[in-house]
Design a protein around this ligand. Structure first.
Ligand code: ADE
Ligand code: ZN
Length: 346
């Protein structure tokens, strides 16, 4: 049996890709205060501890209200740089070798922040991160599903001059009541323009939303997707086509999709042959980065060494890297697994 120290080291050291990470969800309270001071933005909190005490959520919407409010301190290109740089420095210590990162431009452009400031600040940090830490990355631009399809189309137009920096489009924010079909037209245009497609579905929403994300939006990955187990035919399709699910266990507990980690269905998803990955979603709000998700989930569900290695391999298989890069990263996982000092994990 592994000691908890062994499990911490194993979860951290395991080379992995992070595929479900909202850059705005990495805004730690300390940086929130610093940016608020720098930009003269008032905060409704007296201290960093006060902020953390406010992070108790009853569902997705109760989180989103606080998350969008926190974003108000992000105004300048340098703010987006600092936010992304802070994430990358943490990601290195969590064993992240490759990150495909969501950003929500409408959260910023609707406050008058130019699209260019957002994307340039994030991109500059990702570029520096690759040079300094050798973390490769891609950007996924999300449409906010509680806003209109026309607003999403306007955002797509704003993104076109920056297309070389943006890998894919995604869909996030309040799920229930905003089915993927609402965004059929903008996804068609985005795919025609050469963007890949992913979408959040089956987090709080029903399996029907996962079907729509696949059939209407042609999503290549489903973000969350944990409610797929309510529909056996859907599970069959996801297994057959090996469509990845980017699952976020600590997020699911914080947002009460599951009452606790022991009740999470991640092990069931793995056992049914789904291509599951483990990710952190909004780590500054949910109490853990990606290796913390690996560690806590393994401890709660009794996942062993082989299952953790499968999750690490899956993260590269599910990523949008080139085949050559994928082989190299999968080789890193095998070399890590072969280290004699790490054999003690059961
Ligand atoms: N935006 C940030 N985190 C999200 C989540 N877990 N679901 C939907 N939209 C989000
Ligand atoms: Zn998410």
């Amino acid at each position: 049996m592994a000691t908890s120290g062994d499990l911490v080291d194993f979860a951290r050291g395991l080379p992995k890709a992070e595929l479900h990470l909202h850059i705005e969800g990495t805004l730690e309270p300390e940086l929130m205060f610093e940016l608020a001071r720098r930009n003269g933005v008032p905060l409704p909190y007296a201290s960093v501890d006060d902020v953390r005490r406010a992070y108790i959520f009853s569902d997705l919407q109760s989180f989103l209200d606080i998350y969008y409010a926190g974003c108000r301190v992000l105004l300048k290109e340098q703010d987006f740089y600092d936010l992304t740089w802070a994430y990358l420095t943490r990601a290195v210590s969590q064993g992240v070798r490759h990150a495909e990162i969501f950003f929500d431009p409408q959260t910023h452009t609707d406050r008058g922040v130019p699209f260019e400031s957002v994307v340039t600040g994030i991109r500059r940090a990702l570029h520096d991160g690759e040079a300094r830490f050798r973390i490769t990355s891609g950007l996924i631009m999300c449409f906010l599903r509680h806003l209109s399809a026309d607003a999403a189309t306007r955002t797509l137009h704003e993104a076109l001059p920056f297309k070389k920096w943006i890998l894919a489009v995604g869909l996030d924010s309040s799920e229930v009541g905003h089915p993927p079909a609402k965004f059929e037209d903008v996804y068609n245009r985005a795919r025609e323009a050469g963007f890949l497609a992913v979408a959040h579905a089956g987090e709080e929403g029903p399996p029907a939303y996962v079907w729509e994300a696949l059939d209407i939006l042609k999503a290549r990955r489903i973000d969350h997707g944990v409610r797929c187990v309510e529909d056996d035919r859907l599970v069959g399709r996801l297994v057959e086509e090996q469509i990845p699910l980017t699952v976020c266990p600590l997020s699911n507990v914080k947002l009460r999709v599951f009452p606790n980690l022991r009740a999470h269905n991640l092990k069931q998803l793995l056992d049914r042959g789904l291509l599951v990955t483990v990710n952190s979603d909004d780590p500054a709000y949910f109490g853990g980065y990606v290796a913390d998700n690996f560690r806590d989930t393994a401890a709660a569900l009794g996942l062993g060494r082989e299952q953790l290695l499968t999750l690490a391999r899956n993260s590269f298989v599910a990523s949008f890297v080139s085949e050559e890069q994928r082989r190299a990263y999968l080789g890193d996982v095998e070399r890590f697994a072969a280290q004699p000092s790490l054999k003690t994990i059961s």
